[in-house]
Design a protein around this ligand. Structure first.
Ligand SMILES: Nc1nc2c(ncn2[C@@H]2O[C@H](COP(=O)(O)OP(=O)(O)OP(=O)(O)O)[C@@H](O)[C@H]2O)c(=O)[nH]1
Length: 394
């Protein structure tokens, strides 16, 4: 009888240990302080049955002669107090967030529609149209194009039909937004490696936030992601990035404060390859574009990563509220690294929605994403027609 009691006690202890181990496996991020620890992934790749399905039974330990029924264990959980969020998919976000462009709508769309609806358009009216477009940062070349095309359509405009006017304006705005540009994000995993994305831009433009939001977009679309906190100058930036990742179960690789950003970026990509994730997103330090040394360092980050893997996407984050100044900044970045796409943030905070047009025209680089608020899912893939419709409003 004593023997049976001892055996049952051993089984209970073994079960408790088993539960503890499995729950522990759900922990979120392992820091890579010295390059020796391997971060663990908390969102296993779909189809990885072993990783996604925890063992359902624990064999009894040392109880060969005692019959104990198999025990069902709960699946791995995030750390106590944490619940992984499930972000919405990216499709249709711009339409859902269109009201965020309210300030641009009232100054651009409504302003233009009011003038165009006048019965007979005079030279002054056309000047007003021109001024409205320029004030919204559409840029001189695109403004000239839009005004010329609207003028040739003056017969249609003379009808005064509000719906027709609106449609005409949307068409003309869409045409200067580069509807045929390739805006796909290179975040698809290649056969044997993850996609690698570098996020660059000046301080405060919204790089870290954008990295976090893009990670959410990818998770929402069913991908596995790893974040690299290569902004080693500002410890808070790495913390901030880690927090973004934690919310959706995405691990972050980070280095010691003040460490070499290129080495953290390298470690992140290496870890992402070993962990077989779909995409590695690397946040870089906000650097003053006027400082040549810092720009050189950005080039170094990219070169070092390229020793390990091609960089598929370099996203330049620009603050839309800085207007034309942002375009000047952007040029310096494009000289340091080959930028493949622009993320225009804070479009919710400006009446100058036309900046999308000038940024693209002057840089020849497509705007791929737009930031429309501080909320976690306020980042949308850029779609020219939906954007033009949102600008015109109504
Ligand atoms: N309204 C609004 N705020 C935004 C948007 N994107 C980012 N922000 C805010 O901009 C501020 C700066 O964002 P960060 O992501 O810290 O900027 P950063 O470029 O990483 O800055 P550094 O780490 O200093 O280089 C934060 O308060 C963000 O919430 C946006 O689309 N709309």
């Amino acid at each position: 009888m004593e023997f049976v009691i001892i055996a049952v006690a051993v089984v209970v202890v073994a079960l408790l240990l088993g539960v503890g181990l499995l729950v522990g496996r759900g922990r979120r991020t392992t820091r890579l302080e010295d390059g020796t620890a391997a971060p663990t992934l908390t969102r296993p790749r779909p189809g990885d049955e072993q990783a996604t399905t925890p063992p359902t039974t624990v064999p009894p330990v040392g109880t060969e002669d005692v019959a104990v029924p198999p025990v069902q264990l709960p699946p791995a959980q995030p750390e106590p107090g944490l619940t992984f969020e499930v972000p919405p998919p990216s499709a249709g976000r711009l339409v859902r967030l269109r009201s965020r462009l309210a300030r641009s709508q009232s100054s651009l769309g409504r302003g233009l529609l009011t003038v165009l609806a006048r019965e007979k358009l005079t030279e002054e009216d056309w000047e007003e149209v021109e001024e409205t477009l320029l004030a919204a940062d559409v840029g001189v070349a695109a403004t000239t194009q839009i005004v010329q095309r609207l003028r040739t359509q003056s017969l249609v405009l003379a009808t005064g039909d509000g719906t027709a006017l609106r449609e005409l304006l949307v068409t003309e705005l869409t045409s200067v937004l580069g509807p045929d540009l390739d805006r796909s994000l290179a975040t698809d995993r290649e056969l044997d490696r993850p996609a690698v994305v570098l996020v660059v831009g000046v301080n405060g433009a919204g790089k870290t936030t954008t990295c976090g939001k893009v990670a959410r977009v990818l998770v929402g679309d069913g991908r596995s992601v790893l974040l690299g906190a290569a902004d080693t100058f500002r410890a808070a930036a790495a913390d901030q990035l880690e927090t973004w990742g934690e919310r959706v179960g995405v691990p972050t690789v980070r280095g010691p404060e003040g460490g070499d950003p290129a080495s953290v970026a390298y470690d992140a990509v290496k870890t992402g390859r070993e962990a077989d994730v779909d995409a590695v997103l690397v946040d870089t330090a906000g650097r003053l574009h006027t400082k040549l040394g810092l720009m050189d360092e950005l080039g170094k980050v990219k070169r070092v990563v390229e020793k390990l893997s091609p960089v598929d996407e370099v996203l330049l984050v620009l603050d839309a509220t800085t207007g034309q100044n942002g375009v000047v900044q952007a040029r310096v970045f494009t000289e340091a690294v080959a930028v493949t796409g622009v993320v225009l943030t804070k479009l919710d905070g400006t009446a100058k929605g036309g900046i999308v047009v000038s940024v693209q025209r002057e840089l020849g680089i497509p705007v791929k994403l737009v930031g429309l608020g501080e909320g976690a899912d306020d980042l949308a893939p850029f779609e020219p027609r939906a954007f033009a419709e949102a600008l015109v409003g109504g």
